[in-house]
Ligand binder design. Sequence first.
Ligand SMILES: C[S@@+](CC[C@H](N)C(=O)[O-])C[C@H]1O[C@@H](n2cnc3c(N)ncnc32)[C@H](O)[C@@H]1O
Length: 431
Amino acid sequence: MPDKLNHDFILKDKGYSNYEDTTELARHRWYYYKEGFSPNIVENAIEQTGISKDDLIIDPFNGSGTTTLSSSIKGYKAIGIEVNPFTAFLSDAKLKNADISELSRWEDKLLKVAEKGMPSPLQGYSTFSKTKKLSHSETKKLDKWLFNIPVLKSFEGGWDLTNKISSHNIRKLTRLALISAAMKNCNATRDGKCLRYRDNWKENFFNKDTFLDALAFDLANIKLDIAEKPIEGKTKILQGDCRSILKSSDEIKSFKLCITSPPYLNTFDYTDIYRPELFLGKFINDSKSLYDLRMKTVRSHIQAKWNEPTLKDFGLLYEQTIKHINEHKEDLMHKSIPMMVQAYFEDMSNILKLLHNKAAKDAQIWFVVSNSAYAGMEVPVDLIIGDIAARAGWYLKEIGVLRYLKKRKTKHSPNVTLLRESVIILSKNKF
Ligand SMILES: C[S@@+](CC[C@H](N)C(=O)[O-])C[C@H]1O[C@@H](n2cnc3c(N)ncnc32)[C@H](O)[C@@H]1O
């Protein structure tokens, strides 16, 4: 197996496992999604597999929709599956076209109502604004809050208007611009696993005017990109847990190419980090629905009380890894880590089996992952998934190294300083 690791992979050290190169790209730039990969991964996979325009491309962990958007721009049909309703909405919105003059008319109205504003249901909810409502209608002043009230009010004024837009596409596009503008005016930004407050955020004072500027800017980009890069509506986004959708949906059959990146085995919880968007866009409205959503995500974090995994026949490298982790429990940051590691590989195993059932006979999977570190040891996630894929019936073509990423020094794994990100290339046919 280790000889399958290609250190001279053609895409190595080009920055393709991250999203930085999309900030200027038409349609991709409608929302900054830190955890996405580059469209170059998708373009390379399409080129190297030489699939035709009638073939189906899928991504079961579609995130912000880099696979579905890049495939659509190139004229391919794709299906993306995504469990998080905000990111599913985002990836769908990026595929929409609209009549520009109608969109401009709604833009004028939107800027007017956002200028006026209206009370937001998030005022006083959790950490969304300066004050938090307690029972018996007491209020408590917080020392940190995500949004200044004028921003929430402008957002809500705009959102209320979108309920009156009959064009499905224009409603989606204006809602996306509203959420994007709100997040540009959020007092915290995403930083790894958490939302970190901006430096001097209290002095930066985001307000109605900064919100309106961001909204006008985002809508201008949307209009420009739709005019310059209309796309065919062949692609579809399905929202839900890919394990159930792959089991039940007839739409995904005989796919030729799967280009995907599951959550990494790093305790990162996407439902937590995208909590502001989930509430702003009214995809969820209380902590119970947030928890229910969390339970549907793959078991790559410890924020939910998962079912105990039962599978463990994942090969020698997995056995060595779990043995080391179990023998060094005192070096783990949380007692649930051993269970999470096993559950993660169980989920990957089930998904690879489901994909095998749905694949055309000469299909390929491009699976982007990163290694992790637990109890002072580097967990070779890419090699273990290679073993698991073989057990699910896939042939391992190669594991292409994308880059070695500097790891933040932690007290739990101080000696692991670099983590490998790679693309596992699997084929249904023996080559
Ligand atoms: C690494 S991100 C994918 C990023 C994507 N490649 C892009 O460029 O935007 C992984 C995604 O998997 C999603 N996810 C987690 N569990 C899932 C599940 N059970 N079914 C479908 N999607 C899931 C997360 O919400 C997250 O958006």
